[in-house]
Design a binder for this molecule. Structure first.
Ligand SMILES: [Zn+2]
Ligand SMILES: [Zn+2]
Length: 165
């Protein structure tokens, strides 16, 4: 069993600086190290998780648990939020041009897939045509309702609409 691990004290891995060896060992005999995060918190990390070689594609630890969690949430939400905000803005804009041209009910549907999920609904209407040129609501996890044979597309709806004068 390897008992004298390479001394990592002073090594820096992302936000972590190795400050002391720990007595703990992983099942495979790897040493744990006490690391201090740039936020001041300390974390015990297995040596095989401390790596600068990202290409190994092994899970690496580069911050305390708090900071790691924040990074993850930020990375996901930040990108997600921005795209989703854009999508909803665009959908609102597109739908405004369709007032009177599509059933009013469609214009009351959620704006996007994520919006529908937020509201616990299953359909949304972005005011855009599907790849096959239908203008119709979408079903979450599904797609265009006209493609699914569930509703006529807006153009057809108009031609079957009784003329109001
Ligand atoms: Zn931290
Ligand atoms: Zn379609």
């Amino acid at each position: 069993m390897p008992s004298t691990p390479r001394n990592r004290v002073g090594d820096v891995y992302g936000q972590l600086t190795v400050i002391a060896p720990s007595d703990r060992r992983t099942k495979s005999g790897n040493a744990y190290w006490w690391c201090r995060c740039s936020c001041g918190r300390e974390r015990e990390v297995a040596g095989d998780k401390l790596s600068l070689n990202v290409a190994r594609r092994k899970p690496t630890v580069t911050a305390c648990e708090e900071c790691s969690r924040e990074h993850q949430i930020e990375a996901v939400c930040f990108k997600h939020d921005r795209e989703e905000r854009e999508r909803r803005k665009q959908a609102k804009h597109d739908r405004k041009q369709l007032v009177g041209m599509v059933p009013d009910r469609w214009l009351k549907l959620p704006l996007t897939d994520a919006h529908a999920r937020e509201l616990g609904q299953t359909q949304f209407f972005r005011g855009r045509k599907c790849l096959r040129g239908h203008l119709a609501p979408y079903r979450i996890n599904g797609g265009c309702l006209t493609c699914a044979g569930q509703t006529p597309s807006a153009g057809d709806w108009q031609s079957t609409k009784p003329t109001e004068s």
